[in-house]
Design a protein around this ligand. Structure first.
Ligand code: NCD
Ligand code: ZN
Length: 439
């Protein structure tokens, strides 16, 4: 029986040759024109002039002249709201949006309902997701005691909240220290939402600038310093850094991530509560400094923190509206647009959105490599379109990037199976759980 059949999709392995594409892989001569051969679910070979002696018989061909071929993107920070909050999003809807933006692997955050704080909940969530994801997926768990760490060892990685945010999963410094210690013993990655509540300012902000002042930049830098002091041998990754001050506090050996909204939106935008997020959008100057750090490679990964809330919730009074923005479908399109505008190198883009997150998570994804899963994105970098809520298909029905320009993939493959064609998602349920490479 073929591996594809074992995967439940009933498709025989077949060889596909992608011809004359611009291959986007930093490790293998980025931007070189070449061919790529997949065999069933895997990349079998690639390089310039691969078929100079002819194409093996029985191989299907895809002409990629003038198109880019990138590894499928890995979004290591998404909130798909399933179970418990499915009026905002669910696994089928969120992963469909991921696919149309070129994301072939997501890692889902634990602040669903019930929260993923016990082994039983983690197992339930895994069962619930099976067969309903359009892309491959991992699951975060949130250990809230030292003992919970080993209970939750089957999670892809751990999430710790150092401050209140949607879901109320924050833990105190003592518990955090114990969780970090236990995670280090297991060799597990800990992703931190780093804001220090003691540095928050009281009041009920009514604007984006006010929200930024109430959860100031110093609160991030301070939380990151505490993590540095507590981390011991733990592998720590800081989610959504928003400013140069936070980056300056990051200790050697700790990795970082940035969101598209902190890179491209700021408190100057007329978004009202639709721009309310934790940590907050910052000033245009802060955003520019963050962009420079990202473009220069001083931030490891880009992840969306896709955190949808309904329109009704976001239309509430500013101080009562929940924090969080959707972004899973627009990250690659928006950033590719920046590459076209020569504000970012393609190499940095693929590194930050595919190779580095896969490496940080320890999963065999995010590279064009012989033997890797044939998760591939085909994109015509010249096809710039306007982003609209309709195009991205979130269940919540809105995007903070409405009207901005993006470059969407035309075709997306997940282990060799076409899941997006002409920019439209065409396959549901092909996603599988990711496996970690054990250190
Ligand atoms: C997230 C959400 O809505 O789940 N909101 C946010 O502002 N980022 C929660 C979180 O991760 O902080
Ligand atoms: Zn988040």
């Amino acid at each position: 029986m073929s591996a594809a059949r074992q995967g439940g999709r009933g498709r025989d392995p077949e060889r596909v040759a992608y011809l004359n594409a611009r291959l986007l892989d930093p490790a293998s001569g980025l931007g070189t024109e070449g061919d790529l051969l997949t065999d069933g679910e895997m990349i079998a070979d690639f390089g310039p002039g691969l078929f100079k002696d002819g194409i093996p018989e029985g191989t299907q061909t895809v002409d990629c002249a003038g198109l880019c071929l990138a590894p499928g993107l890995v979004d290591m920070h998404v909130h798909l709201r399933d179970p418990g909050l499915t009026e905002k999003e669910d696994f089928p809807s969120g992963t469909r949006s991921a696919a149309l933006g070129g994301v072939t692997t997501v890692v889902d955050m634990p602040n669903t309902r019930p929260p993923v704080t016990t082994r039983a909940v983690l197992q339930d969530k895994r069962t619930r997701v099976r067969g309903r994801a359009a892309v491959d997926y991992g699951l975060f768990a949130a250990p809230r005691s030292e003992g919970a760490v080993s209970q939750l060892r089957d999670a892809t990685a751990f999430k710790v909240y150092m401050a209140e945010s949607t879901g109320n999963l924050q833990i105190d410094a003592e518990t955090l220290g114990a969780v970090l210690h236990a995670s280090a013993e297991l060799g597990r990655l800990v992703v931190a939402h780093a804001e220090d509540e003691h540095r928050f300012r009281k009041g009920q902000p009514a604007t984006l600038a006010g929200h930024s002042e109430s959860r100031p930049k110093e609160s991030e830098a301070s939380a990151i310093r505490s993590l540095g002091a507590l981390r011991g041998e733990a592998r720590v990754h800081i989610a959504h850094v928003t400013c140069a001050e936070a980056l300056a506090a990051v200790p050697e050996g700790v990795t970082t991530e940035v969101t598209p909204h902190h890179l491209l939106l700021d408190t100057g935008r007329p978004l009202q509560a639709f721009g309310k997020v934790n940590p907050p959008l910052r000033s245009p100057e802060d955003r520019e400094a963050l962009w420079d750090a990202f473009a220069a490679g001083r931030i490891d990964a880009l992840a969306t923190d896709h955190a949808p809330h309904t329109r009704e919730e976001k239309e509430e009074r500013f101080d009562e509206a929940p924090s969080g923005l959707p972004g899973i479908a627009t990250s690659f399109p928006l950033l590719l647009r920046q590459v076209r505008a020569e504000r970012l190198s393609l190499e940095r883009l693929v590194d930050a959105m595919a190779s580095r997150p896969a490496e940080i998570l320890g999963i065999p994804k995010g590279r064009i490599e012989v033997g890797a899963d044939a998760d591939l994105v085909v994109v015509d970098a010249r096809r710039v379109v306007k982003i609209t809520a309709r195009r991205v298909r979130y269940k919540c029905g809105w995007t903070p990037f409405e009207g901005m320009e993006g470059v969407f993939p035309s075709t997306v493959y997940l282990h060799g199976e076409r899941i997006v064609e002409d920019g439209e998602p065409i396959a549901e349920g092909a996603g599988r759980p990711v496996t970690r490479i054990e250190a």
